[in-house]
Design a protein around this ligand. Structure first.
Ligand code: NAI
Length: 331
């Protein structure tokens, strides 16, 4: 099948080409998928898209008019897809439900530990010949109470890692996992009890701005907040206010509400015009990474293999191996 791959980076080229093993025509397109770029898929049998590609009703209508019936997401999240429009157009949306939960959980842990022990600041100091310890004081993880919001694949991996470090892990999820051995609490109680909060729920209408002024007011003063899930789960101006007041003591973000058009690009010779994002970068106790939780060799191999598996199955049976729940069938 001829696959139009949007938002292509060198690593997509490398891992998808290896997984396709010459069985599909891969057309690598660097532009992000938007209403303006959708037409670049003309002639393809399927589209392969990533987290910040725009798959709204207009884009899906354009694909339908181009005779494309499959969008294979190379991501676990699908909040960027208008599933109702996909159903209307009889379009199959395939995804990669699980590729390496540990990759994201381990990145969340790396952010926690860097913020806790001020590794990001120590690195800068040492390069300047400053070996002063003042301001770098951290805390032991053993015995700390960590609240995991969302204990699906990634949240469960996170909980296991944290338990191994001797943390007291509490959790909130509408569908608790009794095998995880953690205590589930209502969200309000979890927010009030945790020294560290780590977000692993999907972005849905219910979780949009889950971390808002009211939620922050319930948290322990000086709490550490880590978001490796989706940016819009956090109300960014609210956390900036929380950082300024000291209500939030540390903030680690691998995702940002307005990351599309910013993350995954080299912006080093341009000005950042997003004042909210620019303000975040001024805090010494904020660590931002550009959506790299998934970025391990193991995860990229699994993403590429599942994506190609989805396309191959669709080409032969008309059904992808992993279809986004609720995306298939007529509306
Ligand atoms: P999953 O579907 O296995 O687990 C999500 C869990 O969240 C489920 O247990 C679900 O019941 C729970 N949940 C749903 N609504 C909730 C709510 N209101 N409060 C608390 N929990 C709720 O998904 P998985 O694989 O663990 O991924 C989680 C999220 O991580 C994805 O949706 C995606 O947004 C993000 N992600 C980020 C990556 C990165 O590179 N930073 C890479 C991969 C995923």
């Amino acid at each position: 099948m001829d696959i139009a791959v949007f938002s292509t980076k060198a690593f997509d080229r490398q891992f998808l080409t290896a997984a396709a093993a010459g069985q599909h025509e891969l057309r690598f397109l660097e532009p992000r998928l938007t209403r303006d770029t959708a037409v670049l898929a003309r002639g393809a049998g399927a589209v392969c898209a990533f987290v910040n590609d725009q798959l709204d009703a207009d884009v899906l209508a354009e694909f339908k008019s181009l005779g494309i019936h499959l969008v294979a997401l190379r991501s676990a999240g699908y909040n960027n897809v208008d599933l109702g429009a996909a159903r209307c157009h009889g379009m199959t949306i395939a995804y990669v439900p699980s590729y390496s939960p540990d990759a994201v959980a381990e990145h969340a842990l790396a952010m926690m530990m860097a913020l806790n022990r001020n590794t990001h600041r120590a690195w800068l100091r040492i390069r300047e010949g400053n070996f002063e310890l003042e301001g770098l004081l951290g805390f032991n993880m053993r015995g700390r109470c960590v609240g995991v919001i969302g204990t699906g694949r990634i949240g469960a991996a996170m909980a296991r890692i944290l338990r191994g470090m001797g943390c007291l892990v509490i959790a909130h999820d509408p569908i608790p996992d009794p095998t995880l051995g953690v205590r589930y609490l209502p969200l309000e109680e979890l927010l009030a009890a945790a020294d560290i909060l780590t977000l692993h729920c999907p972005l849905t209408p219910e979780t949009r701005h889950l971390i808002n002024p009211a939620a922050i007011a319930r948290m322990k003063p000086g709490v550490m907040l880590i978001n490796t899930s989706r940016g819009a789960i956090v109300d960014t101006p609210a956390v900036i206010a929380g950082l300024k007041s000291g209500a939030i003591g540390h903030l680690g973000l691998d995702v940002y509400e307005e990351e599309a058009g910013l993350f995954f690009e080299d912006m080093s010779d341009r000005m950042i015009t997003d004042d909210v994002f620019a303000r975040l970068l001024t805090f010494p106790n904020v660590l931002v990474t550009g959506h790299q939780g998934f970025f391990t060799r193991e995860a990229l191999t699994a993403i590429a293999e599942t994506t190609i598996g989805n396309v191959g199955a669709f080409a032969t049976t008309g059904r992808a191996l992993h279809e986004v729940p609720g995306s298939v069938g007529k509306a």
